[in-house]
Design a protein around this ligand. Structure first.
Ligand SMILES: [Zn+2]
Length: 379
């Protein structure tokens, strides 16, 4: 019997080895950020032999570049520079392990002609400034994605690839669309999905549906399910809601609930161009999801009536591996309100003198449904 057990165990070990080594890996290597920052500090080994991993994620709202923003940034010879516009917020964007931004205007570049509202096309150099400031991935599913057609999308994505920026929500082919974007940091894998409510009435060519992801609850749920299979944390960006409304509408609330229940861990909203509050959504699987209904404008030419106020949302993720079980916990939500001044420079609101009452108003607005939300210009 003992001999049989030994043989059986050996065979099982041999077979497991064989199976593990022959399992086909999903083809997302091209989009995986190599984990360069992992150190022993990020992995805590407890007495019970549980492993705890921690990583932080930051998100910012709309980057929507009007002519009044790009014209003064012209430095000659058709070149632009936006690096100094983000100088004051760069330290905070860089601090998080992963930062995601919503690039609302396509950066199709000067060759096809720059343009502003209502049909945007922005300089490539907007991408350089985001990359330089610590942004790791841009979401491209917006109502302005198709403003300048496929040419702008192709040119923009070629540029994002050139500078090594990850993107999601708009794609150059069906094959490109099918690859779920993932980024791994400190032993935690994040996946990124992005969708928009529409494209300002511009029809998506029938044979090129990959140009932009539209909100379709069942389709998103399927994508979430696929993303869950290859990642620890699913991040879903939604371009939705009504412009200039400071509170989410019923449609936004219901969609966020449904997607959270389907497994979306972090839901990042944008489109209203003003901030809408954050909240937790309790799930049946014991986890809780976080939703920011609208992160407002981060870097744009819109001013007044709260349209020049945005912010950096940050959340920490703990991953505890106990034997066969993996527990993901979102914790310590933080929000840094930001302000775009008359020269279109972005600054943390708390750093601008004389704005105390506005700063307090924004804090109360954002923590309306999340009293423990912290605000700081220091991580
Ligand atoms: Zn929009």
């Amino acid at each position: 019997m003992k001999k049989f057990l030994f043989l059986f165990t050996s065979l099982t070990i041999f077979l497991s080895f064989f199976v593990l080594n022959n399992t086909e890996e999903p083809h997302y290597d091209d989009f995986q950020v190599k984990d360069t920052s992992e150190s022993e500090n990020n992995v805590i080994l407890s007495k019970e032999n549980n492993k705890t991993y921690t990583a932080s994620l930051s998100a910012i709202g709309d980057v929507l570049i009007h002519d009044r923003v790009y014209n003064p940034a012209h430095i000659g010879n058709g070149k632009y520079n936006f690096v100094s516009h983000l100088k004051q917020v760069k330290p905070y964007l860089e601090k998080a392990d992963i930062t995601v931004a919503n690039q609302e205007s396509m950066i199709g570049g000067t060759k096809i002609g720059l343009s502003s509202y209502p049909s945007f096309n922005s300089p490539h150099e907007v991408g350089d400034a985001l990359k330089h400031s610590g942004v790791d991935i841009v979401t491209l599913a917006n109502n302005h994605t198709l403003d300048r057609g496929e040419d702008a999308i192709q040119s923009a994505i070629t540029y994002w690839n050139k500078i090594g920026m990850h993107y999601t929500g708009s794609y150059v082919s069906l094959e490109d669309q099918r690859k779920i974007r993932i980024i791994e940091k400190n032993g935690i894998i994040f996946s990124f999905l992005a969708y928009t409510y529409g494209t300002n009435g511009i029809k998506i060519p029938n044979d090129k549906q990959y140009l932009v992801n539209l909100i379709d609850e069942n389709k998103i749920k399927k994508d979430i399910s696929s993303a869950k299979g290859i990642s620890d944390v699913v991040v879903v960006s939604l371009h939705f809601g009504k412009e200039y409304q400071r509170l989410p509408n019923e449609e936004q609330i219901q969609l966020a609930r449904q997607l959270a229940l389907a497994g979306a861990d972090i839901i990042i909203g944008h489109h209203p161009h003003v901030l809408q509050p954050m909240e937790w959504i309790k799930r049946e699987d014991g986890r809780r999801s976080i939703v920011a209904y609208s992160l407002g404008n981060f870097f744009s030419g819109q001013t007044g009536d709260y349209k020049d106020i945005g912010g950096i949302m940050q959340i920490k993720v703990d991953k505890i591996v106990k034997n066969d079980e993996t527990i993901i916990t979102l914790k310590e939500p933080l929000f840094i309100p930001t302000f775009v001044d008359s020269n279109y420079y972005v600054t943390p609101l708390a750093m601008i003198n004389g704005n105390e009452s506005l700063y307090n108003e924004i804090k109360n607005h954002m923590k309306k449904w999340m009293p423990e939300l912290k605000f700081s210009t220091q991580f």
